[in-house]
Design a protein around this ligand. Structure first.
Ligand code: HEM
Length: 411
């Protein structure tokens, strides 16, 4: 615990700009709002729920202080009045919410299934699934790209755990519900509880089928790896099911929103889009540049110890939001940050997958599926046009575009 020096300002005493991060269209021009805030204070701002850390180094340094802060799940469960319910239990116990030794135990057990090598092994399967989806969607000549992109991470995740694609409609609604877990909207609780029951039964069924020897391919997949962690390394049945639900939910909104933002950007950049069709490595560059330019997720923590950082006293119980999506839109960090340039060398690498103990475990799967997806989409959906986004998602949680109608020529 760090003490407050007599003349040291407490975070609540600072003159800080207010960022209306809860405003409906904030995400559309988030980088511009942050540029204004940065001129008033170099690393901190206020928002409706607490304080926002927006400086690249400050985010990295503070997010590494995992022993002094935790994800504020308790507050969410209490606001929702859901303590002791299945959804409340899941919120308390899943890998996102755990900290310290309990978190490390689960993370260490499953990390071997999420290395870059493991993610790359899944690329063939990813390509097959994406090609099947495109066979279904491309003949339409017009659709909401966000809706298409929503099917895509679920389809990939289903294929990685041996679930049939016919299960998508049922799981999609449940993942939508779990994705709204931080909405603080109590009226959604019955839907979320129902989603927990549906996903529990769905995953239970998958595990039972696998144990009974039913499998879609002979190749070992992610479900095999996680069942092995259950059988040999002490992962309990409840932890195994929770983990599979978390992986599906954690990779859903995020991947969908990133792919939709990329398509939005490509609409004005036909040459880049044509290169994506021809060159998988260029897709990798586009994905990394989009993560730098406009990543998806903010992170939220509550301090449980007093912290002194850059001569500011941050008492225990302070809510901190980390503005990962805009940290690399800062001219102090990246030259010409508002120019989207897939060929740029990221000397200071983007931090869109977070920092510290909770660093996104699915980041290599996310990269692989979006790179492979973009490559095939650019081949099959040519000359895309759009009147523009229908709207923007909230900046808190997983931000991005809400509805992107496109027309195109199928190839
Ligand atoms: C573009 C896509 C993605 C983005 C932008 C993203 C972003 C993030 C971020 C920022 C965190 C850290 C949150 C925090 O510290 O509070 C995180 C954690 C996590 N992500 Fe992702 N993610 C993506 C895709 C995925 C995928 C595909 C999966 C599953 C296969 C996944 C599973 C997880 C899990 C389980 C955690 C929690 C890890 C832990 O607590 O140890 N994510 N993600």
């Amino acid at each position: 615990m760090q003490g407050k020096e007599p003349d040291m300002p407490s975070i609540s005493e600072l003159e800080l700009p207010h960022l209306a991060m809860d405003a409906p269209r904030f995400a559309e021009n988030a980088a511009a709002h942050f540029a204004v805030a940065r001129a008033e204070h170099s690393w901190l701002a206020k928002c409706v729920f607490g304080y926002v850390v927006h400086d690249y180094d400050a985010i990295k340094e503070l997010m590494w202080m995992d022993d002094k802060m935790h994800i504020a799940q308790d507050r969410v469960i209490d606001v929702m009045g859901a303590r002791g319910t299945p959804w409340g239990r899941f919120q308390e116990e899943n890998i996102f919410s755990l900290s310290g030794a309990a978190h490390k135990r689960i993370r260490d057990l499953v990390a071997p299934a999420f290395t870059p090598r493991q993610a790359n092994l899944h690329r063939g399967l990813m390509r097959k699934v994406i090609a099947e989806l495109l066979d279904e969607w491309a003949p339409k000549r017009a659709f909401d790209f966000e809706e298409f992109a929503a099917s895509f991470p679920i389809a990939v995740m289903c294929s990685l755990i041996g679930a049939p694609l016919s299960a998508i409609p049922q799981i999609k609604s449940s993942l939508e519900a779990i994705g709204l877990s931080h909405s603080m909207d109590r009226s959604l609780l019955p839907w979320m509880q129902e989603a927990m029951a549906t996903l529990d039964a769905f995953i239970d069924g998958l595990i039972a089928e696998r144990r009974a020897g039913q499998r879609p391919t002979e190749e070992p997949d992610l479900l095999d790896a996680l069942i092995a962690a259950h059988d040999h390394d002490g992962l309990t049945r409840r932890e195994l099911v929770d983990l599979l639900i978390t992986l599906m939910a954690g990779g859903y909104d995020t991947s969908k929103n990133l792919l939709t933002l990329i398509m939005h950007k490509m609409l004005d950049r036909p040459e880049d889009y044509a290169r994506c069709a021809a060159d998988l490595d260029y897709c990798r560059k586009v994905v990394e540049e989009m993560m730098r330019y406009q990543a998806i997720s903010t992170a939220m923590r509550e301090t449980h110890e007093d912290i002194v950082y850059r001569d500011v006293y941050i008492p225990s119980g302070t809510m901190l939001f980390f503005a990962l999506p805009v940290a690399t839109r800062d001219p102090r960090v990246v030259p010409d940050p508002d120019i989207f340039d897939p060929e740029r060398v990221q000397v200071k690498k983007h931090i869109g997958f977070g920092r510290g103990n909770h660093l996104c475990i699915g980041q290599y799967i996310a990269r692989a599926q979006i790179e492979e997806g973009l490559h095939l989409i650019a081949q099959r959906i040519t000359s895309p046009r759009s009147p523009g986004p229908n709207g923007w998602r909230p900046f808190f949680g997983a931000s991005g575009i809400s509805g992107l109608p496109i027309e195109f020529e199928p190839a």
